[in-house]
Design a protein around this ligand. Structure first.
Ligand code: MN
Length: 200
């Protein structure tokens, strides 16, 4: 797993995003029971086009997909998810503003975060183009699927959608628009309003 692509796209003297130099112990992501769970984060990113970045910890890095329409709790809403470069583990709590003119320039919010339970080996799932996992977030809970659209090696289009369980809902979860990390809105992050430590 390499973060070369991630680093090549960014100038760390200009952006406050992590360079991801620190090595990290790998949390197992096979379906075997483990004492620690891998993490996930969904960052709301007001770049040139607003989108949501889904990131799942696999082998010490964050496998990443840009989801233009964001997640849905309705299994019928299969959302296009474009696989992008791996991000360093340290990216999981990045919230702030990437300067205009830099790669991904715009405001980033930790929209949801938590742990996930792989329902099958994640590396096999990445190869097969079919992953199933349970999210334990503050906004998203329950089974979700990531399914690759095409077999061709270079294709990066996947679908991200809710699996059927008790957490299915027709309510628009995207209306919950405060940070899961600091409870701030996008404007408050943009205006550098001081984060308040979330209660509970
Ligand atoms: Mn993004």
């Amino acid at each position: 797993m390499t973060l070369k692509q991630y680093r090549q796209k960014r100038t760390f003297t200009k952006t406050s995003e992590p360079s991801g130099k620190a090595n990290r112990k790998k949390t197992p992501t096979s379906k075997k029971k483990s004492t620690s769970s891998p993490i996930f984060v969904i960052q709301k990113h007001a770049a040139s086009h607003l989108h949501y970045d889904l990131r799942l910890e696999v082998d010490g890095v964050l496998k990443s997909w840009a989801v233009p329409k964001g997640p849905s709790l309705d299994p019928a809403n299969k959302r296009l998810a474009i696989m992008v470069e791996d991000h360093p583990y340290d990216y999981h709590d990045f919230e702030g503003t990437i300067p205009a003119g830099e790669y991904g320039g715009g405001t980033v919010m930790v929209w949801d975060k938590g742990t996930y339970e792989p329902l099958e080996d994640m590396n096999e799932g990445l190869k097969k183009g079919k992953m199933e996992f349970i999210l334990h977030g503050e906004k998203l809970s329950g089974i979700f699927h990531l399914v690759k659209l095409y077999k061709a090696e270079k294709e990066n289009e996947w679908l991200f959608f809710k699996g059927k369980d008790e957490f299915v809902s027709s309510k628009d979860i995207l209306r919950q628009n405060h940070s899961a990390q600091t409870d701030r809105t996008m404007d408050e992050i943009k205006n550098h309003q001081k984060p308040v430590k979330k209660k509970g």
